[in-house]
Design a protein around this ligand. Structure first.
Ligand code: TYD
Length: 215
């Protein structure tokens, strides 16, 4: 298995938005994307699962089908990710684009590793293998409690959203633990703050990242 960053670094910038269901990730990635485009950057807005046609088929099986065994679920999310990185994310980073993804490997660690109780290091290892070690330059965690997430999701429930509050509490703790273990790569924000306030904090952090890396 290649070590993280064995694959040559890319020229672009890779940002992941993570958090529980109903945290507002897609709103925030769209706001950051619009701001960067105004500044003249090429931006690729994408998501997991389902950022590619193959991924859409996998997404359907994962979210709208029958029961999937936990290890099969972990492998399907990793398969979606492998194809997404190989065909969308890496090519975009190699041409210098900013890639903003709505969910990435931390979702697998939090949902399958922590909440489904598969070993988190195994789940992370699977994603590192799938992506040849590609980690985001920055991960924004939009922190939401299980109760707030449920209220914000409304009544549309996919297979994972239907899990109980205990499951979503474990997901939340999974994200917070990942962020605490590597604070330099993470920005944790309260998802209940006004969207424009969250966006301002994301912009500020992205600016620091861009200064450091001259991306
Ligand atoms: P998503 O489309 O982001 O749903 P939402 O917009 O409601 O947040 O993700 C679909 C579901 O898939 C979500 O419940 C989280 C789950 N998921 C995992 O369990 N593991 C993963 O690796 C990923 C990427 C998502």
């Amino acid at each position: 298995m290649p070590a993280v960053r064995d694959v040559p670094p890319t020229r672009g910038c890779f940002v992941a938005f993570e958090g529980g269901d109903g945290a507002g990730k897609s709103t925030q990635s769209a706001l950051l994307g619009a701001w960067l485009r105004e500044g003249g950057r090429e931006v690729v807005l994408t998501r997991e699962p389902g950022g590619t046609p193959v991924g859409m088929a996998i997404r359907d099986v994962l979210l709208h089908g029958e029961h999937v065994a936990p290890r099969a679920e972990a492998l399907l999310f990793a398969a979606d990710r492998a194809h997404h990185v190989a065909t969308v994310v890496r090519p975009a980073l190699e041409r210098g684009a900013v890639v903003l993804t709505d969910r990435y490997m931390d979702s697998s660690v939090a949902y399958q590793g922590v909440a489904r109780s598969l070993a988190r290091e195994d789940v992370r290892g699977l994603s590192l293998w799938a992506t040849e070690g590609l980690l985001p330059d920055l991960t924004v965690v939009l922190d939401v409690t299980s109760g707030e997430g449920r209220t914000r999701r409304g009544h549309v429930h996919d297979r994972l959203e239907r899990e109980d509050d205990g499951f979503h509490d474990r997901v939340r703790q999974g994200f917070l633990d990942l962020a605490a273990a590597d604070p330099g790569r993470y920005l944790v924000l309260d998802a209940t703050a006004p969207a424009q306030q969250i966006h301002a904090a994301v912009r500020e952090r992205f600016g620091l990242l861009a200064d450091e890396a001259a991306v």
